[in-house]
Write a protein that binds this ligand. Sequence first.
Ligand code: DX5
Ligand code: ZN
Length: 217
Amino acid sequence: MQLQIAPSILAADFLELGKDIDALNKNADIIHFDVMDGTFVPNISFGFPVLEAVSRMAKIPMDAHFMVVNPEKWVDRCAKAGVSMMSFHLEAAGRKTRSILRDIRSHGMKAGLVINPDVPVEKLYQYIGAADYFLVMSVFAGFGGQKFIYESLDRIYCLKERILSKGNDAKVEVDGGVNEGNIKALADAGVDIAVAGSSVFRSGDPAAAIASLRNAL
Ligand code: DX5
Ligand code: ZN
């Protein structure tokens, strides 16, 4: 399947959010939401009021990336808000990981498991079969606009190989510093879904920026 583009609205102009969602509805595949709690990551973004408002307007699937402690608290509300994909960090969930993945699925959403760049990718392998997608951070979670960490390519390649060798169809998502210069290498390494914040919204023309990302493939 063709790589899907998931713009992160963290980089959008919040005073013009409706306009940006309209552009994403027409040009993107998925809308990516970064929910931060100021505890798991040293930053706070936005929460359910924004998610619920966007949901009323979204025509494409919404992917919520929870950078929070105790992610299990938000599964039910996320499903009720109309989110189709919910992910959380392995570092935040620890031993609760498997049961949270199960809970997300039982709420009818796709379950995603995320790791920061300093977590060995092998730690994800035991969850192949239990998750619908794996999100490999290519920057440290917490802020948009950071520089892509090149070692991520190798991690993605290894993960994808392992998923395929187990005959599984989990998707691999990448998040952080994705741009026209690295998206082809990411697709070649096995990425199915590319999150892009700054590279989509910085120019002020998300439609054109998404087209450039697709053209770079
Ligand atoms: C970082 C977030 C990312 C971020 C990506 O914590 O998870 O989704 O918005 O932004 P860029 O594409 O600017 O790195
Ligand atoms: Zn994200």
